[in-house]
Ligand binder design. Structure first.
Ligand code: GCB
Length: 607
């Protein structure tokens, strides 16, 4: 029985074995890996760290830019004690398409590079000799992959990726690979949902199990005092005088789930759970019934050398910097992040807009520019293959993401797409409706749903806004258009547009606005690319936001500079960070801190 999506943990009944380290690695330029039986062992030569993306370990362009199949291999010995247990391999993320071979047998195929999957290996596991894991990955982009793009073949036969998005197409075993050993009678899934009445909190829970036994739930507060105890595979936990989880003031109860029968404990799993409610009312998102103003960033999982690879030190540092600057939220632009990030967000009280890797659903390699200049773009959602294969992949990814992230208090909204083409074809509407309906169906907490609107998706033009619970806007007046000396006209345009959004009655959150700024570059008067232009731009935007009742959040693009495909619009990547790629503050950071420290959590809320 696969261990579903529960985050692996060690307990009295469970064991986790980390397979991180140096793995064998091979590019497959000639696509000969299948014919040459790589599944039983890949060629010797290259060793690479796992987890990491491969691109930044090489000095030759053909490797950094490599597009196509590539292979990883490692081996391990099994412990005799595992013989009467379930042994799964859990890939925390494998970008983008993976085929897994275990001891020469194909055991899994997984599409999508940012969500975990597990493979049960009970039947093929050998004792007393090495067990071999071989993974064939592919990083080609198309109109059916999430994220979207294309690739072309150069005259020399090498392939070149052209993403329809603005971040480097890092790939590989970007997150840990672990063995998860669980008892045969075990807990495989847990779902919680909360409501409050006065000072009492009610948490409805459902536990899915395999094999024998019944569930007991014990709940402990942060002082390790037991505050509730119930039995049953589903039910309600009642906590009197509950400490609710609040933005930047988190409180986590430990829910311990035990699977027992006749005093035998089969399995134990514990979850740190924040109790809070989320709903949209009028033009506000309410957390625990109170309006919240979102302050923060769109981010990336991106750092030098490991690329999109799991990087705990940077994860920790990013939270400290976000706390320092007075942020209370972020969007996981443009893909679901590592699970440890949501765990920290739960603990630190950050509000997370969890985004699917549905980015690039607009046929363009320069989205923001093309959308701003109304370039002629072939409507993405017109294509038959998009309506069938892409939609299927999208729904599958949605299901995996909700399954993985459903219990996090920090996850307060879903972003189902970033900057899709919602003006080119009416066929977008049905696609979106299917997706939005499915999201509501899958998420027991019924969190608000939205997508990030590109500049072209104006209130009178966008065909899909009506499906959202709140509006997310990515706006670049003053940068991609009306920039430089025209910046004041840019602010006016923003003001005019917001007057229209005000009338929709929906909450409006800015999920992107910003300018590229090269650290250390300042000029008087300010010119584009300077730090003080970035500052003028943000000040201008904030003045406009403060005027409009509907604006209930500001998430700047971007938290830090990040790597992109090379090109005439990018100098060693996107420089819209408030911090550099190394996480040093640009001068704007200090003023931003003043603003955010002074804005109350319920800023502009009417309660
Ligand atoms: C956008 C995209 C984001 C880009 C950003 C930019 O609209 O959503 O991925 O990085 O613009 O800087 O151009």
């Amino acid at each position: 029985m696969a261990n579903k999506f529960l985050y692996p943990q060690n307990s009295a009944t469970r064991q986790v074995v980390d397979l991180s380290g140096m793995w064998k690695f091979a590019f497959d330029f000639e696509s000969e890996g299948d014919a040459k039986d790589y599944k039983n062992g890949i060629p010797e030569g290259i060793m690479l760290p796992v987890p990491a993306s491969f691109a930044d370990f090489f000095t030759e362009k053909q490797y950094k830019e490599y597009t196509g199949d590539f292979w990883y291999e490692t081996s391990f010995y099994a412990d005799g004690a595992w013989a009467d247990r379930d042994v799964d391999i859990r890939f925390y993320a494998a970008a983008h398409v993976a085929e897994v071979y275990f001891n020469g047998e194909k055991v899994a195929y997984h599409h999508g590079g940012f969500l975990p999957f597990t493979v049960n290996i009970n039947k093929l596991l050998k004792y007393g000799e090495p067990n071999r894991i071989v993974v064939k990955l592919n990083n080609e982009l198309s109109h059916t992959t999430l994220p979207c793009g294309e690739f072309k073949t150069l005259k020399n036969g090498r392939k070149l990726t052209t993403p329809y998005f603005d971040f480097f197409n890092y790939a590989g075993l970007i997150r840990p690979v672990k063995l998860v050993i669980t008892p045969k009678n075990s807990i495989v899934d847990i779902t919680v949902n909360h409501r409050t009445e006065g000072t009492t909190a009610y948490t409805d829970y459902t536990v899915e199990t395999v094999g024998k036994g019944e569930i007991q739930v014990e709940v402990f507060d942060e002082n390790r005092q037991k505050v509730a105890c119930v039995t049953g595979n589903s039910g309600t936990v009642e906590i009197k005088n509950a400490h609710l989880w609040q933005p930047r003031n988190a409180y986590l109860y430990t829910f311990e789930f035990t699977l027992t029968k006749n005093d035998t404990v089969y399995d134990k799993y514990s979850l740190d759970i924040g109790i809070r409610t989320v709903k949209v009312e009028g033009n506000r998102i309410l957390i625990n019934g109170s309006p919240v103003y979102f302050k923060g960033f769109g981010k990336h999982e991106d750092s030098a050398v490991s690329g999109r690879g799991f990087n705990l030190p940077f994860i920790k540092l990013d939270f400290e910097l976000m706390k320092w600057i007075g942020a209370n939220s972020f969007r996981t632009s443009h893909y679901p992040y590592s699970e440890e990030i949501y765990q920290l967000a739960d603990r630190e009280g950050f509000l997370v807009i969890d985004e699917l890797p549905a980015v690039g659903m607009l046929v363009s390699t320069r989205n923001a520019v093309d959308a701003a200049t109304a370039a002629k773009i072939k409507p993405f959602f017109e294509e038959e293959i998009v309506q069938t294969v892409t939609l299927k992949n999208h729904l599958n990814t949605l299901e995996e993401c909700i399954q993985r992230d459903k219990n996090h208090a920090s996850v307060v909204a879903w972003s189902l797409l970033n900057e899709p083409d919602t003006t080119g074809s009416e066929k977008a509407v049905n696609y979106f409706k299917t997706l939005f309906d499915r999201c509501a169906e899958l998420d027991v907490q019924k969190r608000p749903r939205s997508f990030a609107h590109i500049i072209a998706s104006q209130p009178d033009k966008c065909m899909c806004t009506h499906l959202t619970d709140f509006v997310m806007l990515n706006r670049y007046y003053g940068w991609y258009l009306l920039s430089g000396y025209e910046i004041e006209d840019g602010f006016k345009r923003l003001d005019e547009e917001l007057s229209k959004w005000d009338k929709t009655g929906k909450p409006v959150m800015f999920t992107e606005y910003g300018t590229d700024a090269l650290q250390g570059l300042t000029r008087l008067p300010a010119i584009q690319w300077t730090e003080n232009y970035q500052e003028e731009f943000l000040e201008g935007y904030h003045k406009v936001f403060d005027k409009h009742a509907c604006v209930m959040g500001e998430q700047i693009w971007n938290f830090a500079d990040f790597q992109t495909t090379e090109g005439i619009l990018r100098v060693d990547g996107n420089k819209k960070g408030i911090f550099t790629r190394e996480r040093n503050p640009k001068s704007t950071a200090f003023n931003l801190k003043k603003r955010w420290d002074s804005l109350p959590t319920d800023y502009k809320g009417n309660k």
